[in-house]
Design a protein around this ligand. Structure first.
Ligand SMILES: Nc1nc2c(ncn2[C@@H]2O[C@H](COP(=O)(O)OP(=O)(O)OP(=O)(O)O)[C@@H](O)[C@H]2O)c(=O)[nH]1
Length: 358
């Protein structure tokens, strides 16, 4: 397909915090076809996901500091899409990676009602974190969680390597009970066959069912009819409940390295409610000065080590996201992990090594 002839499909990736959106996006970028542009949205002030995207990206835009669906400026996504839809970029698809707190329906609606004429809605992929579900022991069957599944064009049950196969089958059955027939694929590290992904997105709705695009347009028109003449309230851009307004994020950005022991203490004994910590850190110890990517999701902690991107200065950039936490205390706990001791004995890094996954 040439972007010069057709409108560019915009595919939304959503899923709970840490479910594997960036991982799936990276897989798509490594294995996908065509020229792909990405829009990365992160809830925290530091767009960690933007610098964790690897693989070949033909064009990228980054939006941080809030969910796309409740940014104070609702045209921000359109501006990003406008920029990526420029004919000279000749993109075949645009993938929007939402923050883990975005409401998928609102995200889809933003894309469906985009005023950028050169793009069209290309579907919504919802990533379900089977490990998080297994940790909790039961699936959230609330109307909000069910709606996330319902609006998806494709469901990816990710992290199957961390859960017994019979538990994955059980979850599949629970989801089928909630949403009926729907394309659903199990995946490890977001490794979905890109063909399957694009095919599912293009597949028409079963006969007699309103397509998601039509449904969202109808809802939008109804909303405009009901609220005609009412002053625009950016916090209620589409009249949806901001189920995530109680989420908080704390960001720390410093040129200082971290103290390995204090960082591990922080990650291992996070206050209840501090569900997600991610970012990059560095350790000033001989043999360990690579870029350490920190990943903590629920009770799970991992480090991934790799080279710093060329020209990048070593920094510590951490974002913590949670509910019901004392933000000042969390910020001070993170800052307490920074080290101004200078060069450390490499033995101090040993406790971190058991969490290194690559
Ligand atoms: N074992 C395992 N780990 C996974 C899988 N998919 C993702 N992860 C890990 O889970 C962590 C979070 O993955 P991300 O891709 O950053 O998740 P995300 O949804 O983009 O996170 P947020 O943007 O913060 O919501 C990373 O450490 C990934 O390597 C999987 O299938 N199996």
């Amino acid at each position: 397909m040439s972007a010069r002839q057709a409108r560019i499909p915009v595919i939304a990736l959503s899923g709970s915090l840490g479910s594997g959106k960036t991982t799936l996006l990276n897989h798509l970028l490594r294995t996908g076809r065509g020229r792909i542009g990405v829009v990365i949205n992160d809830f925290g002030d530091i767009n960690v996901d933007a610098f964790l995207v690897s693989g070949h990206v033909d064009a990228a835009m980054s939006i941080s500091g809030g969910c796309l669906c409740c940014l104070s400026d609702p045209t921000e996504l359109d501006r990003a899409l406008e920029s990526l839809a420029r004919p000279e970029l000749d993109l075949d698809a645009i993938v929007v990676e939402a923050s883990g707190l975005a409401e998928p329906r609102e995200l889809a609606r933003l894309i469906v009602s985009s005023e950028v004429r050169r793009v069209r809605f290309g579907g919504l992929v919802e990533i379900v974190d089977v490990a998080a579900w297994d940790e909790i022991g039961s699936y959230d069957e609330s109307p909000v969680a069910t709606d996330h599944l319902k609006v998806a064009s494709l469901l990816v049950l990710n992290k199957v390597d961390r859960v017994a196969p019979d538990r994955v089958s059980l979850l599949e059955n629970v989801i089928r009970e909630l949403v009926g027939e729907k394309p659903m694929v199990p995946a490890r590290l977001g490794q979905v066959d890109p063909d399957l992904l694009y095919d599912s997105l293009e597949r028409p709705e079963p006969t007699g069912q309103l397509s998601l695009v039509d449904l969202l347009r109808e809802e939008q028109q109804e909303h405009e009819r009901l609220h005609h003449g009412r002053e625009h309230d950016p916090g209620d851009a589409h009249g949806h409940e901001h189920a995530h307004h109680h989420w908080q994020s704390v960001s720390v950005d410093s040129p200082l390295p971290v103290d390995p022991g204090r960082l591990l203490d922080l990650l291992e004994s996070r206050p209840a409610g501090l569900y997600r910590v991610k970012g990059v850190v560095w350790v000033d110890a001989p043999g360990h000065r690579q870029r350490w990517v920190v990943q903590a999701v629920g009770g799970w902690v991992a480090f991934e080590r790799g080279p710093w991107p060329s020209g990048a200065e070593r920094r510590t950039q951490l974002v913590a996201i949670g509910t019901g936490v004392d933000e000042a205390a969390v910020a001070s706990d993170i800052r307490a992990c920074l080290s101004d001791e200078g060069v450390l004995d490499p033995a101090r890094v040993t406790p971190l090594l058991r969490y290194v996954v690559r």
